[in-house]
Design a protein around this ligand. Structure first.
Ligand SMILES: CC(C)=CCC/C(C)=C/CC/C(C)=C/CC/C(C)=C/COP(=O)(O)OP(=O)(O)O
Ligand SMILES: O=P(O)(O)OC[C@@H](O)CO
Ligand SMILES: [Mg+2]
Length: 253
């Protein structure tokens, strides 16, 4: 399995995907996600992302193992730091926080993680990570000690994403921050997606089928939903129907 190649070929076909984010700190008992896993299978969710800005409990490894045991949905680590590595997952987003200017999140965490990743079987996916301003300071922005790009500074975001692509990053991730009041605007997604050629992941504050649909229409290739699905797992059904409708028009089987 080569997930990046798979994601690139989906993009070529303009085929959209849904990633469900599991933040281990929000899960009290790993077994409590069994229903979520069952629903994700029914909804043909494309990926599970697992990670958090800060992990204070010991359930990260058990959650990754449980996901792998109970379903075939690829599990991609979305690490807040270099401690969030599990050999049981399929891949890791090797995030470099290019919207910020904190060397530790641009290259420092990566140096610590690299030898562990070399010994693992994880697919390492170099990903340019951009935090876009939301009204509230996000946990990711606080923990990384970086200032997000203002939500209406389209050329700064597009140029940053393009620089990431030119540096060889295989994907770009635009994040308004988990639980953001406002998700990334369609205009911002459009400007960035028109500038880059690599797959675009968009997340943070997506809470309805409508905003999911708008993000996809504006050019997101993968949308990520965490908080809203934790609160209302049935949103997964609504969003996956939107993705199904979107992909159906492409006439691929
Ligand atoms: C390459 C390796 C090993 C690590 C990269 C480390 C980097 C650059 C991280 C980027 C900055 C960061 C702290 C990202 C966190 C992203 C994430 C997993 C968010 C999930 O949501 P939370 O931020 O935990 O939100 P809540 O406030 O809802 O808990
Ligand atoms: O939890 P939400 O707001 O859906 O955000 C998902 C993810 O993009 C956060 O890093
Ligand atoms: Mg968290």
């Amino acid at each position: 399995m080569n997930l990046l190649k798979d994601i690139q070929s989906r993009k070529k076909l303009n085929r959209k995907s849904l990633a469900v984010l599991i933040d281990p700190d929000k899960v009290e008992d790993p077994n409590s996600i069994l229903n979520l896993i069952a629903l994700a299978k029914e909804c043909y969710v494309d990926f599970f992302f697992v990670g958090g800005s800060l992990l204070t409990q010991d359930n990260f490894q058990p959650i990754v193992k449980l996901l792998k045991e109970k379903c075939d949905i690829p599990v991609i680590l979305f690490p807040g730091n270099n401690m969030q590595i599990s050999n049981s997952a399929d891949a890791i987003l090797f995030l470099s926080l290019i919207s910020g200017r904190n060397p530790d999140f641009l290259i420092g965490q990566h140096v610590n993680a690299a030898p562990l990743l070399k010994r693992s079987n994880l697919e390492v996916i170099p990903t340019g990570y951009l935090l876009i301003n939301s009204e509230n300071n996000s946990a990711a922005s606080y923990m990384s000690n970086t200032v997000p790009i203002p939500a209406d500074k389209y050329s700064i975001a597009s140029s940053t994403a393009l620089a990431g692509e030119y540096l060889g990053m295989g994907m770009i991730y635009l994040d308004a921050g988990s639980g953001a009041k406002e998700c990334i605007t369609p205009k911002m997604i459009r400007k960035v997606s028109e500038t880059i050629t690599v797959p675009l992941i968009v997340g943070g504050g997506i809470r309805s089928g409508t905003s999911a649909n708008e993000s996809l229409k504006a050019g997101a290739d993968i949308i990520v939903i965490g908080n809203a699905i934790e609160k209302n797992p049935n949103l997964m059904i609504e969003v996956s129907e939107k993705i199904y409708d979107f992909n159906k028009t492409l006439n691929i089987h």
